[in-house]
Write a protein that binds this ligand. Structure first.
Ligand code: B4P
Length: 191
């Protein structure tokens, strides 16, 4: 299996592009954001605890998402690889993912990073709030906090992956189809 991280700040298009890439390349799309929102929608104990953290734009504890991903990796069959969307978000999550994959004879093969400037991110998230009703998209202060958290806790993963030679930046500005074509080219070069 060939395994990809789709990476970028909040609103960079990770979720949007992942759905399309997973379909085109027969990848298992694992979005920790979607998994957490499903817990909240189902009203589970975990969902209730995580909802407060997420509505402030903070990261949920590493062990929560690591556990979620581990159980999905083992139940996946018949796919060409994994597409990890919004995970990892800390260096500790990255190390945990590498260990999980290594134990199963796999590795992270590529980190696809969507490059989008600050003002465009804010614009997209505010627009999405109208349709999605996501509490973390509604409040501009929460959006700014998510971007700050990304810079502080998530961005250091880029350096980590650059040293491993798997970092692949992609221009994340333009039409959804143009960005999809750019990402598809990168994936074709790796598969
Ligand atoms: P996520 O669900 O991962 O949400 P996100 O960062 O906002 O990105 P998303 O993928 O949804 O948005 P996209 O860029 O596709 O995380 C939500 C929260 O969950 C986090 O803040 C955190 O609390 C928690 N969490 C999740 N994973 C975690 C982890 N591993 N560890 C700890 N906590 C975790 O799209 C944004 C908008 O832009 C959309 O409306 C889309 O239509 C639009 N868009 C996309 N591409 C566009 C384009 N080319 N042009 C114009 N608009 C575009």
């Amino acid at each position: 299996m060939v395994n990809y991280l789709i990476f970028g700040p909040p609103g960079s298009g990770k979720g949007t592009q992942s759905v399309k890439l997973a379909e085109k390349f027969n990848l298992m799309h694992l979005s920790t954001g979607d998994m957490l929102r499903a817990e909240i929608a189902a009203g589970t104990e975990l969902g209730k605890r995580m909802s407060t953290i997420m509505s402030k734009g903070e990261l949920v504890p590493d062990e929560v998402v690591i556990e979620m991903i581990a159980s999905k990796i083992d139940s996946t069959k018949g796919k060409a690889g994994f597409l990890f969307d919004g995970f990892p978000r800390t260096v500790a999550q990255t190390e945990a993912l590498e260990k999980m994959l290594n134990r199963r004879g796999m590795k992270i093969d590529s980190m696809l990073v969507l490059d989008v400037e600050h003002d465009e991110l804010v614009k997209r998230l505010i627009l999405r709030a109208e349709a999605s009703g996501r509490p973390d998209d509604k409040d501009p202060a929460v959006i700014e906090n998510r971007i700050d958290v990304y810079k502080e806790k998530t961005e250091p993963i880029i350096d980590y992956c650059r040293k491993k030679g798997i970092y692949q930046p992609v221009n994340g500005v333009g039409s959804i189809e143009d960005i999809f074509a750019r990402l598809s080219e990168k994936i074709k070069g790796i598969m």
